[in-house]
Design a binder for this molecule. Structure first.
Ligand code: SF4
Length: 429
């Protein structure tokens, strides 16, 4: 096929999405988060503003994505099989397109997103996840990874697609299905408040009828005190109402909870109330995301001015223990995030005993062994999730790298704390 290089344009993708949507095709129905006030939340900041997109704009993105998909298909790149070679062929293609745009003096397709100089250096690491501008590289690589994973899933962002009327979602899904008929699962992020207050049960059923399969809710806590403390903008009753309504509409309900969010002061209330809300919603999936305090967030400020005291790793594990023990529902717990110290996964109620046993094994360790466990586990889960260690983490581990691997026998407790802190400072929520 002869490609009209100047007709190939980037489309906007959702860089923030659930881990199960890492290889999904994504479309932005809205941009960023209209609430954007949760104290712990680092995403959609740095000047990114909320906006609703018109359906024609979304359709144009679908058209652009389809053109890229057609090009890859005709070139035989990424046809359902994983291969590194696909990425280098995509790089060559993108280079050809950019070069044609440079020749045509079309700066828009050649420019990269600017990095603000005011950013905390600790935040620069997170920038690839916080991109706001569509680029050709990202668009091609996005379609490529979706194709290589079989092309079956689609995520429609950004932070709360439930604010969109059913007609809008229906039209978007219809267009996506027409252009990408292999897609079998459609998912969105939503706020429970929107499901509870903004949408009727009929609206939610209309989403389901349109083809939406699952809503991912960040509920974080079931405690009103904690929700208020972190300015979540939603109550536990709204969590419950929104979650139940979503399930009643036939949509799969996946919720994120944040052990540690109550800090030292509210930890017990946070754990017990969260277990209670989860019991009432009985979601299909509960995903654990242990709190990481990000630089330049209001929670970071609250920590520095003494308003919030961070929970220890052991205390966070105790909170998870309460949640696992107290939930009385048929649901699945998942630890699909490097933010968690322990990998607690299983179905409730069947796997409760096994999950508690794993937690108790950690809690029974001596103080020193807990630290060593944490260090080893943080190193390996970071490398697993991010495909290796960063230079600064490797440097910090340098003195302990021996022939047979890592040897922490001579490491001091302070050094362990420092390395753990460094690794945790790089974990995405
Ligand atoms: S609603 Fe979600 S995306 Fe928006 S500020 Fe809160 S945590 Fe962040």
């Amino acid at each position: 096929m002869r490609i009209d290089l100047l007709s190939v344009k980037p489309f906007e993708i959702c860089s923030i999405r659930p881990p199960t949507e890492n290889y999904s095709l994504t479309f932005r129905l809205t941009r960023n988060c209209y609430w954007n006030k949760c104290w712990f939340c680092p995403v959609y900041k740095f000047g990114a503003r909320y906006s609703k997109r018109g359906i024609e704009e979304v359709k144009e993105d679908i058209r652009r994505a389809k053109l890229i998909d057609n090009i890859l298909s005709e070139q035989g790149i990424g046809n359902n099989t994983y291969s590194y070679a696909g990425y280098s062929r995509v790089s060559e293609l993108v280079e050809r397109i950019k070069s044609a745009n440079r020749d045509a003096d079309n700066r828009d397709e050649c420019d990269k997103e600017e990095i603000s100089e005011d950013l905390d250096p600790g935040l620069v690491w997170f920038l690839p996840w916080f991109k706001d501008k569509a680029t050709l590289e990202d668009s091609f690589n996005h379609i490529l990874s979706w194709r290589m994973e079989g092309g079956k899933t689609c995520f429609m962002g950004d932070a709360d697609s439930l604010i969109l009327k059913p007609d809008f979602i229906t039209e978007a899904i219809d267009q996506i299905k027409i252009n990408f008929p292999s897609i079998q699962r459609f998912t969105v992020y939503g706020r429970t408040r929107s499901a509870a207050r903004l949408r009727t049960l009929e609206d939610l059923k209309a989403y389901r009828k349109a083809g939406l399969n699952r809503v991912h809710f960040g509920i974080e806590s079931g405690s009103d005190a904690v929700l208020k403390l972190v300015n979540k903008g939603v109550t536990r009753d709204e969590h419950i109402e929104g979650g139940i309504k979503t399930r009643e509409a036939g949509l799969s309900c996946s919720v994120y909870v944040m052990p540690g969010l109550g800090g030292v002061k509210w930890w017990q209330e946070h754990a017990y109330d969260t277990a209670d809300v989860l019991t009432r919603i009985s979601p299909d999936y509960i995903r654990l995301r242990s709190l990481q305090v990000f630089p330049q967030t209001p929670l970071d400020e609250a920590m520095h001015n003494g308003e919030f005291a961070e929970a220890s790793e052991e205390q966070v594990v105790r909170e998870i223990r309460i949640i696992v023990e107290e939930i009385d529902a048929d649901t699945e717990i998942m630890s699909d995030s490097a933010t968690n110290l322990l990998n607690i996964n299983g179905r409730l109620p069947d796997d409760r005993v096994a999950m508690l046993r794993e937690i108790d094994q950690y809690l029974a360790l001596s103080k020193r062994d807990k630290l060593l466990f944490s260090l080893e586990s943080r190193v390996s889960s970071f490398a697993g999730q991010y495909g290796g260690l960063t230079r600064d983490i490797s440097n910090a581990l340098g003195p302990f790298i021996k022939k047979g691997g890592l040897d922490f026998s001579g490491i001091s407790d302070t050094d362990i704390d420092d390395v753990i802190r460094l690794i945790r400072s790089k974990l995405m929520p």
